[in-house]
Design a protein around this ligand. Structure first.
Ligand code: PLP
Length: 334
């Protein structure tokens, strides 16, 4: 726990202030009724790039800019890539995102439209990452990792600060878990405020690299499987430096969900909370609705679910919602 300090987290908060939204924490009436305890949603869906990743990217880039760095590179095509592009433009530095030729055109355009340079290389995510690391070695770019970086973790940790400030009696926080940057940061900030706060990681049952690594007792590789929670895919890195150990030391339990459950979470968020959320962001709601969270934890008191992002393909969202009949609408009962 000592690699990261609370001072790092407060510095991150000062750096990102005014560049990142201090997001609302709202009570969900339907989920509170379902769980028989107060349930709150921390809405990272309202960040300018549609996910919390803007916090870590903005902190990492602002710190690099303070040190005179003018160009950064990453290889993420998802929420981290968008966040780096957005933060770079806001800070007036140059961002390059390396992508393989297999990345769909709409994702390439999304990053380009945020002002980043896109470099298309090879036919796999590995090829794209190799190119990013070559730019670091040979052309003086700074690499911005998606999760395994202390400044990225400190940026995500500002969510934990905001939660304990807005809700001092929070008893449990439920965090979508992939590379663990979000989990490590939030858990670090929350447990520093109150060691008794429970921290639950939620992820999909198949292809969950952090869960497999925690079970194995060291970082391991997993096969990537398609999932509705696409932002939770990908490995944690066999050379993982920070997030594996922090997650292992701070996590109370991991909950695994199947695809049908994740879909139910997306539909519930839409119909009952009036929120469009991506699969990765729906896992906390899904875990609660499916009774997958330990009952003794829910009974301890107010629960916060971090709703991490809104970046779902709207055609996919439509299909998921359409395939579930409307049963009852609490705001407009039949
Ligand atoms: C990246 C991401 C996560 C997981 O964050 P990690 O730091 O990789 O564990 C969860 N939800 C969304 C929407 C994300 O983009």
């Amino acid at each position: 726990m000592s690699v990261l300090s609370l001072a790092d987290v407060y510095r991150a908060r000062r750096r990102i202030e005014g560049r990142v939204v201090r997001t609302p924490l709202i009570e969900s009436q339907t989920l509170s009724a379902a769980a028989d305890t107060q349930v709150f949603l921390k809405l990272e869906t309202v960040q300018p790039t549609g996910s919390f990743k803007l916090r870590g990217a903005t902190n990492a880039l602002a710190r690099l800019a303070e040190r005179g760095c003018r160009k950064v590179v990453t290889a993420s095509t998802g929420n981290h890539g968008r966040a780096v592009a957005h933060a770079a433009r806001a800070l007036g530095i140059e961002a390059t995102v390396c992508m393989s030729a297999l990345v769909p055109g709409n994702k390439v355009e999304a990053v380009r439209s945020l002002g980043a340079q896109v470099r298309i290389v090879g036919n796999s995510q590995d090829d794209a990452e190799h190119e990013a690391l070559r730019l670091v070695r040979e052309e003086g770019f700074a690499y911005v990792p998606p999760f395994d970086d202390l400044h990225v973790i400190a940026g995500q940790a500002t969510i934990g600060l905001e939660i304990v400030e807005a809700l001092p009696d929070v008893a449990n926080i439920v965090v979508p878990l992939s590379g663990g940057g979000l989990f490590a940061g939030v858990a670090f900030a929350a447990k520093n405020a109150n060691r008794a706060i429970g921290l639950t990681g939620v992820t999909m049952a198949r292809g969950a690299a952090m869960h497999a690594s925690l079970t194995a007792g060291r970082p391991v590789l997993v096969d990537e499987v398609e999932t509705l929670a696409d932002s939770l895919g990908g490995g944690i890195g066999l050379e993982n430096r920070y997030t594996y150990a922090l997650t292992r030391d701070l996590i109370d339990e991991t909950v695994l969900l199947d695809e049908a459950s994740i879909a139910r979470g997306i539909v519930h968020a839409y119909r009952h909370e009036r929120l469009v959320v991506e699969g990765a962001a729906a896992v906390g709601i899904a875990a609660l609705l499916d009774g997958a969270l330990p009952a003794e934890r829910i009974q301890r008191g107010p629960l916060v679910l971090i709703v991490t992002g809104a970046n779902i393909d709207m055609k996919l969202h439509h299909r998921i919602v359409e395939s579930t009949p409307v049963q009852s609408d609490p705001l407009n009962p039949l």
